[in-house]
Design a protein around this ligand. Sequence first.
Ligand SMILES: *Cc1c(COP(=O)(O)O)cnc(C)c1O
Length: 404
Amino acid sequence: MTATLPHSLYRADASGRFGEFGGAELPPPLVAPIAEVAAAYAEASQDPAFQDQLQSLLARYVGRPSLLYFAENLTRHLGGAKIYLKREDLNHTGAHKINHCLGEALLAKRMGKTKLIAETGAGQHGVALATAAALVGLECEIHMGAIDVAKQHPNVVRMELLGATVVPVEAGGRSLKEAVDSAFGVYAAAPDEYFFAIGSVVGPHPYPSMVRDFQSVVGREARAQILAEEGRLPDALVAAVGGGSNALGLFDAFLEDDDVRIIGVEPAGEGLDGDRHAATMTLGTPGTLHGMRTKVLQDADGEPSAVHSIASGIDYPGVGPQHAHLEQIGRVEYVTATDAETLDAFQLLTRQEGIIPALESAHAVAHVVELAPTLPGDAIIIANLSGRGDKDVDFVADRLRAAE
Ligand SMILES: *Cc1c(COP(=O)(O)O)cnc(C)c1O
């Protein structure tokens, strides 16, 4: 963020650093274009007209505020703290990503760009961005590994129906990593036309701060909602962490409330003792990835590791730099949930509450299952339900049949 905001432990310094993490570690052709984004965002974030425009779309189009739902059945079943769910799954497009995609699209428009460009893995970011592009009136170009294009067919169809161009990337492993390089290559060659829209609180400054700011509406709403409903702040917040945007979105408004425990949940996949996981905060080491200093799951040469999670939206070998900092200063705890625990939590929430969560969000629910019974009945937990599980139902049904 900028020097015009009061500096705090919870804001980046002028160079985009959160303690030793963050910054903008860029190849020379990208330095000026990304600095232009930082300058434009610094201005927009202080402009009431920009903020009003975004707030208006969040209310009229996304359907905000999202509900803060008291999960009474789940609470009774687990026998401990009262469990509230922040229902980002009820947003238009079914997840939290639309919050920051609209922010990025409005900023692109303000900067006079004509095209949004991004990479996508499972396609969730691509669909949310194509939606924002259609609404705001921008072209949209999504780079996607050829393997992912085949695997994520329904999302490819959605993006194309929304008017986006999907570019299959045939280089190397034909996956997310190559899609990132491909999209950045196109962007670097024509930064006057394109706005690069990153899909989480990752990448070079200003993206980790900017995407957090766009998502912070989640926590501001939750804070007001719990105060109205219970007359006090919660005892604990729980959210799944991939890159970390839905988590920081919920956490940001509570960071200065020292009595609120804050917990991020990472994918332990098939277990932390093998290499089939994506537990970057838990097992990663400091490194440089996608333009930022952060914690990274990497090999001895600094190459990012192959990662795994049952939830494709959180299998990322890095993490937002602010998370690495929040752990280092002892403000946020990071725990893990395995694929198996996540599948159990997915079914439990579905059966108890009639709410089918995204597998990403089910990681947060898995930790609630562990935490709630250890707390007294007058304690309060808020978990972020980052998205709905419609995209995951066939996969889960297959897994359950195979396990029978
Ligand atoms: C993409 C996605 C995530 C992971 O991204 P974060 O930046 O870590 O929030 C989590 N939940 C859902 C539903 C997603 O689509």
